[in-house]
Design a protein around this ligand. Structure first.
Ligand SMILES: Cc1cc2nc3c(=O)[nH]c(=O)nc-3n(C[C@H](O)[C@H](O)[C@H](O)COP(=O)(O)OP(=O)(O)OC[C@H]3O[C@@H](n4cnc5c(N)ncnc54)[C@H](O)[C@@H]3O)c2cc1C
Length: 356
């Protein structure tokens, strides 16, 4: 049940969240359900498109229940099969150990934002907060950090009229991979990670086709050219730095900042499941934050506890993903992966469980 602002206990310590993506919004909403006062600052607005594959793999029922996410996921598509392509050639169809939820981010984020406001949350959009200060009660959920010099570029668009070989297609190209995901509204999300190439066109309309061709994915570029692209959905993100964010508390053994979601660690897409991790980190933070807000714990101890829980939960998958990711992008690694997968020698299910 959602408490009305009138019954907020005045002695509860307020929480401030920086970043209204999946981690910030789901945590803010769950805290409001516990009657905690929450202010959430989001630099952008809703709804908006984000570069994302838009399929959520490995989201466990316990996290869904803890954060009360059922109503937001009731109409997702549940994809159970992936068709793997290398250089435009179908290599293998894989049944996923558990269904992946498919839903557009501009729908999902908007739903969570609306629910957060309805629950009495104070949502401030177009509010970009300086990340330097770290007062008690501040949570850093501002997503991936931008790094100059990173070679990685993410591109995406929604398309109609694309015929798929299955509800999910994953394409491996030269220093690139691309996912096609059927969405509930009949559109297909096309999103990819590419190593940047100098001399390629970079305007909104031409970047994705140009990068597909440069990666040797000509057939996919051709399919996209004959589809109906939603022009507003075209977006790009550059400067992606994968792995753990450098700790601001290097001189002390105790963490000083509470960081969640991509702000904690950016796992490479397709080897990992950043959306599930955003929700899972929010779920892990919930009870310690409620205890802190009630005055039952101090802030440094709360930050240290959550940091410990989040690290323990993601340690294995971050390590496995950092090993697998380079192989997915290099021709030699791709050939080795696809040939072992074709001969059924790749332990796909154990790999899936480590990564999710
Ligand atoms: C190419 C690509 C494909 C991907 N595909 C998938 C996929 O298919 N499945 C999957 O599970 N994951 C995927 N991911 C990862 C997934 O998108 C992220 O892991 C997820 O969005 C993380 O959520 P978050 O809440 O931590 O951050 P975000 O969703 O990035 O939200 C952070 C928010 O903070 C705001 N913000 C930033 N700075 C400030 C500031 N100073 N003040 C106020 N607000 C601020 C931003 O505007 C943003 O809205 C993909 C990522 C990429 C790059």
């Amino acid at each position: 049940m959602i408490p009305s602002p009138a019954i907020i206990v005045p002695s509860m310590r307020p929480v401030e969240i920086i970043g209204g993506g999946l981690s910030g919004l789901s945590l803010g909403l769950a805290l409001r359900r516990a009657a905690i006062p929450v202010t959430l600052h989001e630099a952008g607005t809703y709804p908006r498109h984000r570069v994302c594959g838009e399929f959520i793999a490995g989201l466990d029922p316990a996290t869904v229940a803890k954060l009360g996410l059922e109503p937001f996921l009731s109409d997702v598509l549940r994809h159970t099969e992936v068709a793997w392509f290398q250089r435009d050639s179908l290599q293998r169809r894989q049944t996923l150990p558990a269904p992946a939820f498919a839903i557009g981010r501009h729908v999902l984020d908007q739903r969570l934002a609306t629910a957060f406001i309805a629950a009495g949350g104070d949502l401030r959009t177009r509010s970009r907060i300086d990340l330097k200060g770290s007062p008690p009660g501040r949570i850093f959920a501002q997503g991936r950090r931008a790094t100059t010099g990173s070679p990685w570029l993410g591109l995406k668009c929604h398309a109609r009229g694309l015929t798929l070989s299955g509800p999910l297609e994953l394409h491996l190209g030269e220093h690139a991979y691309v996912g096609l995901c059927e969405l509930p509204d009949g559109q297909v999300n096309v999103s990819g990670l590419f190593r940047q190439r100098s001399g390629l066109a970079l305007d909104r309309a031409t970047a994705l086709p140009a990068y597909l061709r440069a990666a040797g994915l000509d057939a996919l570029a051709f399919r996209l050219a004959s589809a109906d692209i939603d022009a507003d959905s075209r977006c790009a993100v550059a400067g992606l730095a994968f792995g753990r964010a450098p700790q601001s508390n290097a001189v002390s053994s105790a963490p000083r900042r509470l960081v969640l979601g991509d702000a904690f660690a950016l796992i490479p897409p397709f080897t990992g499941n950043g959306m599930a991790m955003a929700f899972q980190s929010a779920a892990l933070a919930l009870d310690p934050l409620i205890a802190w807000s009630h005055g039952d714990a101090g802030w440094p101890a709360t930050v240290a506890k959550i940091d410990c829980l989040v690290r323990a939960r993601f340690r294995m998958r971050l390590a496995a993903s950092s090993l697998l990711h380079p192989a997915l992008l290099r021709p030699l690694g791709q050939r080795a992966l696809t040939s072992t997968a074709r001969r059924n020698l790749l332990p796909l299910n154990p790999l899936y469980h480590i990564l999710h």
